[in-house]
Design a protein around this ligand. Structure first.
Ligand code: TRP
Length: 332
């Protein structure tokens, strides 16, 4: 039985990079796997979050997932803090994982920087909570990007140490699920920087909430170089902005990069941008409209998440019971 768990932080607004890099792949996964999609608000508060904004972003993220085509009936779509078993198992894992393992996490080192003494203890223990997210469902597969590979390795280490310490095969070792052509969407202002919710310029990204006019305007203003588009994919070498725009076009239209390059060969940027804008609006327009509709009906979204949380809690309960029994807690 294959079961996928995936987590996404509600710590900012969704943009095209999130969509093409992750969400679009998840929409496809739901046909082949049992999928559990979790909005990890407890991970988000490892760094400061404005409470009202966190709540609004959690709803907005759920709306984005539903609008993008994640079926909340077929899958489990829920909010991490609504299922207590995540925090409960994370505590057990705090006691299984070693300080040395946590000290080696590159994401912690990067996020803490020189400020180690003054970041939250939660930021340090973050990987234990992530391991709990995955293992409390005994998930077998986790879609991960490059930046989360080390956390999944950590999860496997925790599962294995738990099994060995207690002499029972409680947890499967979850496998990474790497997408063939995961699109790395770069900033529209700098083809060498990732598209990011924290970039100060809103022109650097296409938000899932942007309407058709905003999308077209941002693409028109996107940085380019002075030459026409190349005839072959090799011609993209050293031209990060051209590579980014063609990569986005290929992902939006479901074409290979080679086919996209062939289609745009020799075009002036201005003409290609018009094509790209049409493709972006065709893909994002309906999602945007559905998100706008869902934004008007927060009670509907909240209800979906509540039911998702109930389904998740029912799946997690027997696993947490098994863990508590295994570690020797006196059960009621
Ligand atoms: N750490 C992940 C990120 O920042 C989010 C996450 C939390 C996650 N729990 C998870 C991803 C479990 C996959 C599985 O992107």
């Amino acid at each position: 039985m294959n079961r996928i768990f995936s987590g996404i932080q509600p710590s900012g607004n969704l943009h095209l990079g999130n969509y093409l890099g992750a969400m679009k792949n998840w929409v496809d996964l739901q046909n082949d796997y049992e999928c559990i999609f979790c909005m990890v608000d407890m991970h988000a508060i490892t760094v400061w979050q404005e409470p009202a904004a966190l709540r609004a972003q959690t709803r907005e993220l759920a709306a984005g997932m539903i609008a993008a085509g994640i079926d909340p009936e077929k899958n489990v779509l829920f909010v991490q803090s609504q299922v207590a078993a995540h925090a409960e198992l994370a505590w057990v894992f705090n006691c299984v994982a070693r300080m040395g393992w946590l000290n080696r996490m590159t994401q912690f080192k990067e996020k803490a920087g020189k400020n180690r003494e003054n970041v939250s203890a939660g930021l340090f223990a973050y990987p234990c909570l992530m391991a709990a997210d995955i293992l409390v469902y005994k998930a077998t597969h986790v879609p991960v990007g490059e930046d989360q590979k080390q956390h999944l390795e950590f999860t496997r280490d925790v599962a294995q140490k738990f099994n060995i310490d207690f002499g029972r095969e409680v947890f499967p070792l979850p496998e990474p699920l790497i997408f063939g052509a995961a699109t790395r969407v770069m900033s529209l202002r700098d083809g060498e920087k990732k598209m990011s919710k924290s970039d100060p310029s809103d022109y650097s990204r296409i938000n899932m909430s942007d309407d058709a006019d905003a999308i077209a305007l941002k693409i028109r203003k996107a940085k380019t170089d002075p030459n026409p588009l190349p005839e072959t994919a090799e011609g993209l070498e050293g031209r990060p902005e051209a590579a980014n725009l063609l990569g986005i076009y290929a992902a939006l239209t479901g074409k290979s990069l080679a086919d996209a390059v062939a289609e745009a060969a020799g075009m002036a940027f201005a003409d290609f941008k018009a094509k790209l804008a049409d493709a972006a609006v065709a893909m994002l327009g309906p999602i945007n409209a559905e998100m706008a509709r869902l934004r008007q009906d927060p009670a509907y979204v909240d209800g979906i998440l509540k039911r998702g949380g109930e389904k998740a809690a029912a799946l997690a309960k027997p696993v947490l019971d098994e863990v508590y029994e295994t570690v020797g807690f006196l059960r009621p």
